[in-house]
Ligand binder design. Structure first.
Ligand code: HH2
Length: 276
């Protein structure tokens, strides 16, 4: 696919084909159940579907590569003609390659192509857009007392360095998308500082992706509500992203997010194109 086009923030619908994802684990494990959910997300207005076969929630154990392949490849294959681009949420080169062959159009790597030495060449050869996300450490340990002197500056500089590494490896700059990685090796205060300063990441010159949907910092701010009761907080976080001009919102609740964006844009940008 060509570079993504951004008239309004695009909505990336989350499709976790995992038994243990923090908010929807176990719901879409069979191909049929995943496809029902995919169709629902598309019907609700998803611009991209993000298919993942390995939970990256804090404390999650890695799954064997064969198991990750078994989970995501048939679903991506079945979504080949679904009408929206599919991204694959993986840290593994083998899964990236298989997903691209099955029809995935975007690579989404929460390790910013650092977890697997094979991923940089696969991404470069693919010509696909790549999401580079910041994480401090890996999911097993990332929430064990994460520390920064200046979280916004350090996340910015990390992403800047990853962009340069990717460009040197042959990935065109206009294929790169950056993401501060809310919840990935960050305390509540770190997450809030990043959300307040998202605008600073535009200096990186790449589209910005934000994932706040149902994350635990929302539970912390809302009296410990479980993941499936965090819609209102998720929308508040998403609108913070819209305020700061993010290009892609990664969400579980597509219709609600589209509605929030439409109202926001009508108020602040005078855009009342229904459903656009
Ligand atoms: N968050 C999660 C997974 N992948 N990718 C990007 N680019 N940005 C994110 O913020 C992000 C991501 C975690 O959410 P989820 O997929 O719902 O949970 P789990 O990792 O438990 O499957």
């Amino acid at each position: 696919m060509g570079p993504l086009v951004f008239g309004r923030p695009l909505v990336m619908g989350v499709l976790n084909v995992t038994p243990d994802s923090f908010s929807d684990g176990g719901r879409y494990l069979s191909v049929d159940a995943a496809l029902v959910q995919a169709r629902r997300l598309i019907g609700e207005g998803a611009d991209i579907l993000d298919v993942g076969g390995e939970s990256t929630r804090p404390g999650a154990e890695p799954v064997p590569v064969d198991e990750e392949l078994r989970r995501v490849v048939p679903v991506i294959e079945a979504l080949r003609d679904c009408g929206v681009p599919v991204s694959v949420d993986t840290r593994r080169a083998t899964v990236m390659r298989a997903a691209l062959e099955a029809g995935a159009a975007i690579l989404n790597d929460v390790s910013a192509l650092t977890a697997d030495p094979g991923s940089l060449p696969v991404a470069a050869a693919s010509g696909a857009p790549v999401v580079l996300m910041h994480a401090l450490g890996d999911p097993r340990t990332m929430q064990d007392d994460p520390r920064y002197d200046d979280v916004v500056g350090e996340v910015h500089d990390y992403l800047a360095a990853r962009i340069e590494t990717c460009v040197s490896a042959g990935i065109a700059r206009d294929r790169l998308i950056v993401d501060p990685g809310i919840g990935f090796g960050k305390t509540l205060e770190h997450n809030l500082a990043l959300l307040r300063s998202l605008g600073r990441f535009h200096a990186l010159g790449c589209p910005l992706l934000l994932g706040v949907s149902r994350k635990s910092f929302i539970g912390r701010l809302a009296g410990g509500v479980p993941a499936d009761a965090r819609l209102a907080g998720s929308l508040a976080g998403a609108l913070a992203g819209v305020l700061h001009g993010v290009h892609i919102l990664r969400v579980h609740d597509v219709a609600d997010t589209r509605q929030a964006i439409a109202v926001w844009q009508a108020i602040f940008q005078g855009s009342t194109t229904e459903g656009s």
